[in-house]
Design a protein around this ligand. Structure first.
Ligand code: PBG
Length: 329
């Protein structure tokens, strides 16, 4: 019998010591809040499967943008929920489409105090719910979709988005959109590429949030959850095509991918804690089975520890307030 000579517990003995040696920290500026804006809404509407998350009216959207600035968030990622949809997602291109109107309103309100991001995809705007255009055989047509993405990109850049979040998983989308932006004077518009995006059941509650009409699935364009190395190829291609930031999505079930991408990416890496990850925490907490705040912060620090520098999370405002308590009056 001998007593230990190595005592790792020494560095765990007080909160102050633990804080001193903590290797990972969260900061409000790392956090991006995804927000939904609904055409025609006069007030914010709850989303049943995402307690605490709402479909915003234009008014409540602007209010949350101001809150985001006050909380010191990194940015807002906007999603539009239109009232009418068609085969080609015209509403995403229309300057009067809800997402473009929302972008303009937010940008007017916050200027450059917050990074304003737009989801660049067609699924919220198509009647079939796919992220791209569908051909006569019902297949998602990659190259026809690229032309439409370029048009959406210009509409969003004109509406004032600082960052375009390309989430459609079409091959070549980053290069195609980059060229369209550059050719039209938008050299400074930033591209955040959803580089490694998996065909995930964890997007379930999001479909309610955007009132998705999708029948079937996205398995022909989003990645197979069984695969890891193709994420590295996706990241390499997106970086070569001009991605300024790359993202892995979902986050917590894919921390191995976050870690592998963080090790090889020459550009900043983001991860998206998606709707189903949020809903899991909320549902368990509502039953009293987990400590909601603790699990919320633990999930975020874990995503950060795996190597994501930027985190998109529905908890962004709440987490930022915990990280930086408001000064008491
Ligand atoms: C596509 C898009 C989706 C999400 C973000 N962008 C849905 C999908 O790919 O099916 C999901 C986000 C979430 O679940 O929180 N526009």
């Amino acid at each position: 019998m001998s007593f230990p000579t190595q005592r790792p517990r020494r560095l765990r003995q007080t909160g102050a010591v633990r804080a001193l040696v903590a290797q990972t920290r969260l900061h409000p500026a790392d956090l991006v809040l995804p927000v939904f804006v609904r055409e025609g809404a006069v007030e914010a509407q709850p989303i049943t499967s995402m307690p605490g998350v709402v479909q915003h009216s234009l008014g409540s959207l602007v209010a949350v943008a101001h809150e985001a600035v006050e909380a010191g968030l990194g940015g807002l990622m906007l999603f539009g929920v239109p009232t009418t949809r068609d085969a080609v997602g015209s509403g995403a291109v229309d300057p009067e489409g809800i997402l473009n109107v929302g972008l303009r309103r937010v940008r007017d309100a916050v200027g450059d105090d917050l990074v304003v991001m737009a989801d660049l995809c067609l699924d919220e705007f198509t009647d079939h719910g796919h992220c791209g255009l569908v051909d006569n055989e019902g297949r998602v047509d990659n190259d026809a979709t690229l032309e439409q993405y370029a048009a959406v990109a210009l509409a969003q850049a004109r509406a004032g988005a600082h960052v375009l979040g390309l989430s459609g998983m079409m091959d070549g989308q980053v290069g195609f959109v980059r060229k369209a932006l550059d050719d039209n004077g938008f050299q400074d518009t930033i591209i955040l590429a959803y580089a490694a995006k998996y065909a995930s059941g964890f997007y379930g509650p999001f479909r309610e949030a955007v009132e998705s009409t999708l029948q079937g699935n996205r398995a022909t364009y989003q990645q197979d959850p069984a695969n890891a190395t193709e994420s590295l190829l996706e990241v390499e291609l997106d970086v070569a095509e001009g991605a300024d930031i790359v993202m892995v999505k979902p986050a917590l079930p894919y921390l191995d991918i976050v870690s592998a991408v963080a090790q090889m990416s020459p550009v900043p890496v983001a991860a998206y804690q998606v709707s189903g990850e949020y809903a899991q925490i909320e549902a368990a907490a509502a039953h009293g089975w987990i400590d909601r705040e603790r699990v919320m912060m633990e999930s975020l620090i874990s995503i950060r520890r795996a190597g994501a520098q930027i985190i998109l999370t529905y908890y962004a405002l709440e987490a930022a307030r915990l990280l930086r308590p408001a000064p008491t009056a």
